[in-house]
Design a protein. Structure first.
Length: 296
């Protein structure tokens, strides 16, 4: 497999994994969760090092994943009290976990280069060099990892589609019909946490946050139904992956940065030209209202 194809497929699988979940974060107003997870995993990294003395990718991912799940459950528990909004709950939980991680480093690992950059923030350009060998084939390990996550996320949507739709748009109705919004929300948040932590080491946290938020926000401006929203989100993610890599090669620039820029361009175009919510469409409607009805 060529290096170019490996990088594009990795980014595309990331776009798929994130695109299946991103719309629910946008609709539930929990888009800051991905950034929160990126900071909240630090105690898990410290814990793994203190217990094993290792910074190998697999134990680090497991430790980080544990604290990512703790983070999202804590956020959901605080939000479920009804005393604070979802964004405030996110802002309350992840700084505490990040602070615990910082204290752990300064107290027990001050002489070790043990931070997010060195342990879990990956670089997608290195994807072709991190490989696994199976059945005589050597593949970038990001492909089976992100492929598995994408498949699990797809199965999650297929199996719980009715519950996800009901709890996202009308939690009261879903509760009356025996569907727990809290349990479904926890399931979504845990899936986001697992997706993010699995992808961090392969592609880097910034690209994960970008793919979870920007394509979904762009798709939200282009469609009013949930299924098309998910499909368009995944499509914009793939456009960002392919267009970003092509641009990065042409400009000799950062691949992740170029992918993020293409995703932002897609959002900007949607913001301007969306037939329903776009800036231009609203300007045309306002101009027509000012002119008033046309005389016969």
């Amino acid at each position: 497999m060529s290096d170019d194809l490996a990088i594009i497929l990795t980014a595309g699988l990331l776009a798929t994994s994130c695109g299946l979940l991103g719309p629910f974060l946008v609709l539930r107003r929990q888009v800051l969760l991905s950034d929160a997870v990126a900071h909240a995993v630090l105690p898990g990294i410290v814990m793994v090092y203190l217990l094993t003395g290792s910074r190998a990718p697999l134990p680090v991912i497991l430790g980080a994943g544990l604290f990512a799940v703790i983070c999202v459950i804590g956020i959901e528990q605080i939000r479920a009290t009804g005393l604070v909004r979802a964004d405030a709950a996110i802002g309350l939980v992840f700084p505490v976990l990040f602070a615990v991680g910082v204290l752990g480093i300064t107290t027990f690992a001050s002489n070790v280069h043990l931070d997010l950059d060195s342990t879990i923030y990956g670089e997608i350009a290195f994807t072709p060099f991190r490989t696994w060998e199976a059945f005589g084939l050597e593949l970038p390990r990001s492909l089976p990892l992100l492929g598995s996550v994408a498949l699990v996320n797809l199965m999650l949507l297929v199996v719980f589609w009715k519950e996800l739709k009901a709890t996202t748009f009308d939690p009261v109705f879903s509760r009356v019909n025996g569907i727990s919004p809290v349990l479904v929300s926890r399931l979504v948040l845990i899936a986001v946490a697992v997706t993010a932590v699995t992808a961090f080491e392969s592609v880097g946290a910034i690209l994960v946050v970008t793919m979870l938020i920007v394509p979904a926000a762009a798709a939200y401006l282009l469609t009013v139904r949930l299924l098309p929203l998910v499909i368009v989100t995944v499509a914009i993610g793939w456009i960002s992956a392919v267009g970003g890599y092509t641009s990065a090669v042409a400009l000799d620039a950062s691949i992740a940065g170029a992918m993020g820029l293409v995703a932002t361009v897609c959002f900007t175009l949607a913001l301007l030209f969306s037939p329903r919510y776009g800036v231009i469409a609203k300007a045309v409607i306002r101009a027509r209202r000012k002119r008033g009805p046309v005389a016969p």
